[in-house]
Every structure is written in structure tokens, then in C-alpha cells.
Design a protein around this ligand. Structure first.
Ligand code: ADP
Ligand code: MG
Length: 257
């Protein structure tokens, strides 16, 4: 008998409230290692909140959430949970890369300096080693000729590709994308999706919140439709997108497709 593989992300009855606002209402899902997992749903349904819980930017209110078999923010001993110390949380976060709608690059640093920053500051890597890898990563996202440019000298699509390279510089085992192309002019969306497609082909585990249903259909392995803090339906993107089972999914897709 083979041991079942540990999912990269596992959510069991995950709840999140902000004060009296109940935002995540019992999320159950599993993301397998190497999978491209697309998360779609209307604005306000809790997609960003869920990603932020995975990445320690928010604490869940109830349920269990684990990444690569480790509870997010806690250690379990017997029946009891102990909160991780700051240093341990930082170690968990290091394995997770996140790319936001807004690229948030350091404006006073060149592309290569942006990509080197975390490995040098957080991992204590030598500048020479960090620079060498940063140059390779920028090459991988198609920016080998823009390494010395400042963010203000780059298009939105180029800045977002630098942001992806910056996240990859920490050698994450999981990448979270929160509407990475929503702030881009339409003609710049494709170059960012192409980089994400390349990452997927290289086997990166990715959770992608997006309204780009073409990408979800072509690159996604799973798709979850979320509304009002619950998973309404899930399945292979082709199936959910072509034959949605729930009215809410149909209504949403009729607006974005
Ligand atoms: P989505 O990404 O699907 O658009 P969000 O996760 O950003 O949805 O937000 C879901 C709901 O949670 C929204 O109603 C939002 O106002 C609320 N929310 C998000 N963050 C906070 C917060 N820090 N405090 C209070 N409410 C929040
Ligand atoms: Mg959001």
C-alpha cells in the first residue's frame, strides 16, 4: 500500500470572522502538490481572506488549515494546539510566495535589487549569490534585459513579472496569486499569464485567484467557485466552466465569460 501524498494545502472547516462579520464560513478544500488550483468568485466572497490566512496575514477563527502537512501558525501536541513563535511563523512563511494585484515593488531599487532583497535580508544569503540567482529568475520571466531598471521605468506587466521573480527568489514550495492581472492594461495581461503558465509547467504548486477563465481552463487542474464565504462547487475547470451545477456559479460565469 502506498501512503497517500500529503496535500500542499488542506483546509478543514476553516472559518474567519472580523468582529461580527463572518467572512469564511467553513471552507473545506485540498490542493495537491504540483497542482494549479484556481479560486474564483464574486468580489467580497472571501478569496483574498482565504489566501491571507494561508500566508499568516490573517488568523483563522476556527477549523484547521495546513500547508505541506504543517498547521498554519500552530503546533499540535496531543490534543492541544500551541501557537508558533514569531521565528517559527517566519520560517513557515518563507516557503510561501505571494503575488498581489498591486505589484508593491520597492521603488528605489532596481529590478535585480528587488529580487535579491529577501534572500539577502531574510535568508542571509551573500549578495553575490543572491544577485546571480536574481538575474536567472529575471531571465526566466523574460526580463533579462531590464535588470537594471527601476519600477517606474517598467510597464505594469513587467513590474508584475519582477514581483513574481521576487517571490520565486525565496524558493517557495507554494505560490499564491491574488488577481495578479486585474490591475493591468488588457494588452499586458498575456505576458504575466505566460509566466504563470511556465511556472505551472515546471511543477510549481499554485493557488490562483483570477477572473481569467481562459487561463483557468487551459492551465488549471482544479477550480473552486466560492461565494459568500463558502465553496459552492468545485471540480476540473473544464467541467465547472462548461457545465456549472449551481445557479450562483452560472450567474457568476455569465458575467465573466
Ligand atoms: P474577495 O477577495 O473575494 O473579493 P475579501 O476576502 O477581500 O473578498 O473580502 C471578503 C469580505 O471580508 C469583504 O466583505 C471585506 O470587506 C471583508 N474583510 C476583509 N478584510 C477585512 C478586515 N481586515 N476587517 C474587516 N472586514 C474585512
Ligand atoms: Mg480579493
Amino acid at each position: 500500500m502506498t501512503t497517500p501524498a500529503v496535500p500542499m494545502v488542506k483546509a478543514e472547516g476553516v472559518h474567519k470572522s472580523f468582529g461580527h462579520a463572518h467572512i469564511l464560513k467553513g471552507i473545506d478544500l485540498e490542493v495537491a502538490a504540483g497542482e494549479v488550483f484556481c479560486l474564483v468568485g464574486p468580489s467580497g466572497s472571501g478569496k483574498s481572506t482565504f489566501l491571507r490566512c494561508i500566508n499568516h496575514l490573517e488568523k483563522i477563527s476556527a477549523g484547521r488549515l495546513s500547508v505541506d502537512g504543517h498547521l498554519v501558525g500552530y503546533r499540535q501536541k496531543g490534543d492541544r494546539l500551541y501557537e508558533l513563535k514569531e521565528r517559527e511563523v517566519a520560517a513557515q512563511r518563507r516557503d510561501i510566495g505571494m503575488v498581489f494585484q498591486r505589484f508593491n515593488l520597492f521603488p528605489h531599487m532596481t529590478a535585480v535589487e528587488n529580487v535579491m532583497e529577501a534572500p539577502v535580508q531574510v535568508k542571509g544569503e551573500s549578495r553575490a549569490a543572491a544577485r546571480e540567482r536574481a538575474l536567472k529568475l529575471l531571465d526566466r520571466v523574460g526580463l533579462g534585459n531590464r535588470t537594471g531598471n527601476y519600477p517606474s521605468q517598467l510597464s505594469g506587466g513587467q513590474q508584475q513579472r519582477v514581483a513574481i521573480a521576487r517571490a520565486l527568489a525565496m524558493e517557495p514550495k507554494l505560490m499564491l496569486f491574488d488577481e495578479p492581472t486585474s490591475a493591468l492594461d488588457p494588452e499586458l495581461v498575456g505576458e504575466v499569464l505566460d509566466v504563470m503558465r511556465g511556472l505551472a509547467e515546471d511543477g510549481m504548486t499554485m493557488i490562483v485567484v483570477t477572473h481569467e477563465m481562459g487561463f483557468a481552463r487551459e492551465v488549471g487542474d482544479s477550480l473552486v467557485f466560492m461565494d459568500d464565504g463558502v465553496v459552492v462547487e468545485s471540480g476540473h475547470p473544464r467541467d465547472v466552466l462548461t457545465d456549472p451545477q449551481h445557479e450562483r456559479t452560472k450567474a457568476f460565469l455569465s458575467k465573466v465569460l
